[in-house]
Ligand binder design. Structure first.
Ligand SMILES: C[S@@+](CC[C@H](N)C(=O)[O-])C[C@H]1O[C@@H](n2cnc3c(N)ncnc32)[C@H](O)[C@@H]1O
Length: 250
């Protein structure tokens, strides 16, 4: 499976450990921790190191937790980042970006192309075709957008907010309290309606895919010491979950 999240966390553990203070500072600056749990910062960065993309496309920026990770990954890999999101006016340019600049300085923003608007209106096929190794981080939710993304010949990707029962059954009452319906397909579940669309597409495309939970479980089977080592470095692998990782075509 390529990219392989468990492998990436283990193979890049030294670099991930070096990133930890930076991630902590950026996370404080963004100040929206529940939008993107801290273990995912390491997971997303590790996936980018694994893929070595020349283009990273982010769909769904919000206050910008994942944007920070992806720009850090861009500095490590030489990629450019295109971030497309439809957000309340000003939350990136007026709120998050100045706070981040205080941590990073202005040059940090150079690889980042921030676009405000509906990703459904963007020719994503053209964007992916402009790169040799595009990587997609997908955290914007709707069935319509899912159809648009999957029709655009994406490369490898990580889809946020897809869980695997491997790490425990979802807490149905929590979802009900939020007024969310839960989609459950095999071992995967999500509160977002793109999951059935993605699973249909996977069945037809023969793309490799794996949940974060399963990839980490494979790592721990191969390297039983990995849990203690990675936990000591600050990112216990069993805390990583809620990402569906999809490989490329061939
Ligand atoms: C869960 S938030 C993203 C959180 C962010 N990834 C983070 O790490 O903090 C989802 C974002 O996707 C945006 N969004 C939803 N549908 C969209 C669409 N069709 N096009 C662009 N952005 C969209 C929402 O406005 C919201 O800002």
């Amino acid at each position: 499976m390529e990219p392989d999240l468990g492998h990436a966390l283990w193979a890049h553990r030294a670099q991930l450990a070096r990133m930890r203070p930076r991630f902590e500072a950026l996370r404080r600056a963004v100040d929206a921790p529940s939008d993107f749990p801290f273990p995912k910062w390491f997971a997303l960065y590790a996936l980018c190191l694994d893929v070595q993309p020349d283009l990273i496309l982010e769909l769904g920026r919000g206050y910008g937790n994942s944007t920070c990770v992806l720009v850090e990954a861009a500095h490590a890999t030489g990629a450019r980042v295109v971030s497309i999101s439809i957000d309340p006016t000003g939350i990136w340019p007026e709120r998050s970006a100045p706070r981040i600049r205080d941590v990073t300085g202005a040059a940090w923003f150079e690889p980042l192309d921030v676009r405000e608007g509906d990703a459904g209106d963007v020719d994503l096929r053209d964007l992916f075709a402009s790169a040799e190794r595009p990587f997609l981080f997908w955290d914007a939710h709707s069935e319509e957008l899912a159809r648009h993304v999957l029709a655009s010949r994406p490369g490898p990707m990580a889809v946020d907010d897809v869980g695997d029962v491997l790490s425990g059954e979802p807490d149905l009452s929590w979802y009900a309290d939020q007024g969310l319906e839960l989609y459950r397909i095999g071992d995967l579940y999500s509160a977002f309606e793109e999951l059935p669309v993605i699973i249909d597409w996977l069945a037809q495309s023969e793309r490799p895919w794996e949940s974060a939970e399963r990839s980490v479980a494979r790592l721990l089977d191969r390297e039983p010491a990995a849990h203690a080592v990675l936990a000591e470095l600050g990112f216990p692998p069993t805390a990583v979950g809620g990402l569906l990782v999809i490989g490329s075509d061939a």
